[in-house]
Design a protein. Structure first.
Length: 399
């Protein structure tokens, strides 16, 4: 099963901007880049931040106090997914475009794409998962409560210090790798939405996640019992490539979404793509008329599961969902779902920092004609490690 990450470029330090590729992650709260000081294999394969090249950096301790450049430094350990980074702090000029030769005060006052914030320079990075990442670091776009201090929050700093950008950003995820995905800072892209944005307020903002209330969830026509009390939540997370389901409910959800393939001709040819095999929709009812609906084309594993009965030699081909079990945590509760890539590919999402709300609208995917493709390719992007276009053979299980 392939996992997907969407990343872009960012520049750190002036007057010699250092370029990094970062994931724009609404599920985390810090800006992390590898440091040149890091000698671990996970850092060696990535660009490293060189403090000596920056005249805009101010070295800090854990409390935000200025410390001499070459003195002993405080460090912090931050968990990220299955791994961890340990790093030092500095206050730095961070820009979405390169502005070589400019000093920090000029660039920060002139350019809407620049902001000053605290950066974590990783001096240690665990091999899993960072060694396997193609991108260098992470730009956290979670709410301020996810950060150690408000100055670590990228969009929090934009809201406070950058009057040129509205406190809003939008995310479009392309279904087809030929086309660019995009993040829009300071607003949303109206050409990517098929309707007006439908807004829903963030709940539990004190925990820092873009978390919203879920009134109920249906699989097909069946309302799941887990959310009958109306106390489920969902987190919009641009850093998650699957649909996340509470771990204690994941097995039940798998059973609800599993279905037998009935196309015998396709089975004989061993050519079944479960993403095109009929299955139930998953409907998240957010209340106030907002429903998020995803179908089997978005949540299914491409390959099926061939089940062979040892006693009777009977065979079944079963299509299954690709789900991420979500561990119970105090900040999330035990009924938190994660709206990852399957949702973000169907819905454009806008994140209103000032009003702490998320807007959803059906996304307009680029047309498949050559003119649209050529226009899109002007926005340079590259695809790394794409899964094969051919659907893998089914996994075989004997029972």
């Amino acid at each position: 099963m392939y996992k997907t990450a969407y990343f872009g470029s960012i520049y750190v330090g002036l007057p010699n901007p250092q370029k990094f590729t970062v994931v724009f992650d609404t599920g985390s709260g810090h800006f992390i880049v590898p440091s040149k000081k890091c000698e671990q294999p996970a850092c060696a394969s990535h660009n490293g931040y060189d403090r000596a090249l920056s005249q805009s950096a101010v070295d800090l301790d854990h409390d935000g106090n200025v410390v001499p450049q070459d003195s002993e430094r405080d460090q912090v350990a931050i968990a990220y997914g299955t791994g961890e980074v340990v790093g030092e702090f500095s206050r730095e000029a961070v820009c979405m475009a390169s502005h070589p030769g400019e000093n920090a005060s000029f660039a920060l006052s002139k350019h809407a794409d620049c902001v000053e914030l605290r950066v974590i320079q990783a001096t240690e990075m665990t091999e899993d998962p960072f060694h396997h990442f193609e991108f260098d670091g992470v730009l956290g776009l979670g709410l301020e409560a996810l950060a150690l201090d408000p100055e670590f929050s990228f969009y929090g700093q934009i809201t406070r210090l950058n009057t040129k950008l509205a406190p809003l950003f939008g995310v479009f995820v392309a279904r087809d790798d030929r086309f660019s995905s995009e993040i829009t800072l300071g607003g949303h892209d109206p050409t990517r939405v098929a309707s007006e944005l439908h807004w829903t307020s963030v709940v539990n903002a004190q925990h820092g996640h873009w978390q919203i209330a879920v009134r109920s969830i249906r699989v097909g026509n069946e309302t799941i019992k887990l959310c009958e009390a109306g106390d489920c939540t969902a987190i919009a997370d641009t850093g998650t490539s699957l649909l996340g389901v509470p771990k204690g409910f994941a097995q039940d959800m798998h059973w609800l979404l599993a279905r037998e393939v009935e196309d015998q001709e396709a089975i004989k040819k061993n050519h079944v793509d479960c993403r095109t095999t009929p299955g139930p929709n998953i409907t998240f009812d957010m209340g106030d008329g907002l429903e998020i609906v995803i179908g089997p084309e978005l949540y299914s594993r491409p390959a099926g599961l061939r089940v062979i009965n040892n006693a009777t030699a009977e065979e079944q081909l079963i299509c299954r969902a690709a789900l991420l079990p979500v561990e119970e945590m105090p900040a999330l509760g035990r009924k938190a779902f994660i709206l990852g890539e399957p949702v973000l590919q169907k819905y454009y999402t806008a994140y209103d920092w000032a009003k702490q709300r998320i807007g959803f609208a059906p996304a307009i995917q680029p047309a498949g004609n050559e003119a649209a493709l050529a226009a899109t390719q002007e926005q340079q992007h590259r695809v790394i490690g794409a899964p094969p276009t051919e659907v893998p053979a089914p996994t075989v299980v004997y029972v």
